[in-house]
Design a protein around this ligand. Structure first.
Ligand code: NAD
Length: 409
């Protein structure tokens, strides 16, 4: 059984050994402020909910809320620790938190989803808030859910608190550009790497696993900037076309027909695309492989079969540490999640700032600021990787753990 929490610890220990930190400091970095669990009762059904608050030395806990049948305590603990390193690496005034509810949103009515969202806020109300812990969307949660959560929080607080949640709809205090921010951040990283590796966008092939908020965002931006997106998938399977796919058109059709593979059986243009399994999609011979679904996708079982030159992790925790060792031996570059998918939390920070200052930023300003943060973090990680002769993940963790430890002290 794969345990992302063990992986998160192993990755951090590798970085702290490069820094030659003592056991006391390592334990400080690995310890959790709060790990909370509650049973939510909604119209006669029970759902288990979690909120892990890893570290707040640099500012309020920050991290998404996931609705998924596989949500577990170990998963939210791992995700909250990764948030601590991500916010520190991007130099944001936040710590790391993460939450989840074990449920299957595909089988729930809107009323039930709203009930779960509001019950979540009531269960953890005392530990949430703009100066305490600021959640955002993650897998299967969206701006609408953040709006219900903000509303419930304000009902309990008895006053407006727009900065208590980020990723809200723009009309309900959200920021322009937040919806596509994680995908855009990933695109900025892909584009910078294309330049550094002296590749040409039109000759660069890409496969994206998961055409959700993040995966669609990055696939669409890459497509419109001349890259060849040749592989795409959702939870039901993948599609491949060496001539290139049109993510925007395919997503519209997926909404109508249910899945990408179904689209290929009903649409004349999409009929030309080949159907591939989720496993095969990961093994395509592409330049950039972008996992943008869930954790534990590239493991020691398939790492030998990965043919991509670069893996850009837009999902959290898609590569296990033992897979990473195999990939390193095969000289596959892995751009870690704490860097590659940090665009979302960075624009969440802009949203929190706008809410607190009563400002509304134009989209251009959001995107320009995002670009500055992402490029700075990428060059810091590249420099640290050179300085410590290590991989990009360890380099990112070295920078982040130094910042967190110094704030704790
Ligand atoms: P989402 O729910 O919008 O999309 C998830 C997509 O993955 C869906 O299209 C689903 O069909 C697909 N999927 C699920 N299992 C799959 C499988 N085995 N193979 C292929 N596709 C599969 O979620 P999201 O917000 O896009 O999040 C995706 C990942 O990005 C998660 O790991 C999340 O933690 C991470 N992330 C999200 C954000 C954000 O701002 N939303 C920020 C940082 C990181």
């Amino acid at each position: 059984m794969t345990n992302p929490f063990e992986f998160a610890k192993e990755q951090l220990i590798k970085a702290t050994s490069c820094l030659k930190l003592g056991q006391g400091d390592v334990e400080k970095l690995l310890s959790y402020k709060n790990v909370l669990e509650a049973e939510l009762e909604v119209d006669g059904d029970n759902f288990t909910a979690y909120r892990a608050q890893h570290n707040n030395a640099l500012g309020p806990f920050k991290g998404g809320i996931r609705f998924h049948p596989d949500v577990s305590l170990n998963e939210v603990k791992a995700l909250s620790m990764w948030m601590t390193w991500k916010t520190a690496l991007l130099n944001l005034p936040f710590g790391g938190g993460k939450g989840g509810v074990s449920c299957n949103p595909k089988e729930l009515t809107q009323e039930k989803l709203e009930g779960i969202s509001r019950a979540y806020v009531r269960a953890f109300y005392k530990n949430l808030g703009p100066d305490a812990d600021v959640p955002a969307p993650d897998v299967n949660t969206n701006p609408r859910i953040m709006m219900w959560m903000r509303d419930e929080y304000e009902r309990l607080a008895g006053k407006p608190c727009p900065a208590a949640f980020t990723g809200k709809p723009v009309d309900a205090g959200g920021s322009l550009g937040r919806d596509e921010a994680t995908g855009r951040g990933g695109f900025i990283i892909a584009r910078e790497l294309t330049r550094k590796l002296k590749m040409k966008p039109e000759e660069t092939t890409v496969a994206v696993q998961g055409i959700g908020n993040v995966g669609y965002g990055v696939a669409n931006l890459l497509h419109f900037n001349g890259y060849k997106v040749v592989g795409l998938s959702d939870s039901k399977g993948g599609i491949y076309d060496p001539e290139g796919l049109h993510p925007e058109r395919l997503l519209k059709l997926k909404f109508e027909h249910g899945s990408l593979q179904k689209v290929c059986s009903v649409d004349k243009e999409a009929e030309k695309h080949q159907l591939v399994s989720n496993e095969e999609l990961l093994e395509l011979g592409v330049d950039f492989l972008i996992p943008a679904a869930l954790e534990n996708q590239i493991t020691k079982q398939n790492a030998e079969k990965i043919c991509a030159k670069v893996i850009i992790e837009l999902a959290n925790g898609p590569t296990t540490p033992d897979a990473e060792k195999i990939l390193a031996d095969r000289e596959v570059m892995v751009v870690p999640d704490i860097l590659a998918n940090a665009g979302g939390v960075t624009v969440s920070y802009f949203e929190w700032l706008q809410n607190r200052k009563g400002e509304r930023w134009k989209l251009d300003k959001v995107n320009t600021e995002l670009e500055t943060y992402m490029k700075k973090a990428l060059s810091e990680v590249m420099a640290a990787a050179g300085e410590y002769s290590t991989d990009l993940r360890t380099a990112g963790l070295i920078i982040a753990s130094k910042r967190v430890l110094s704030a704790m002290k």
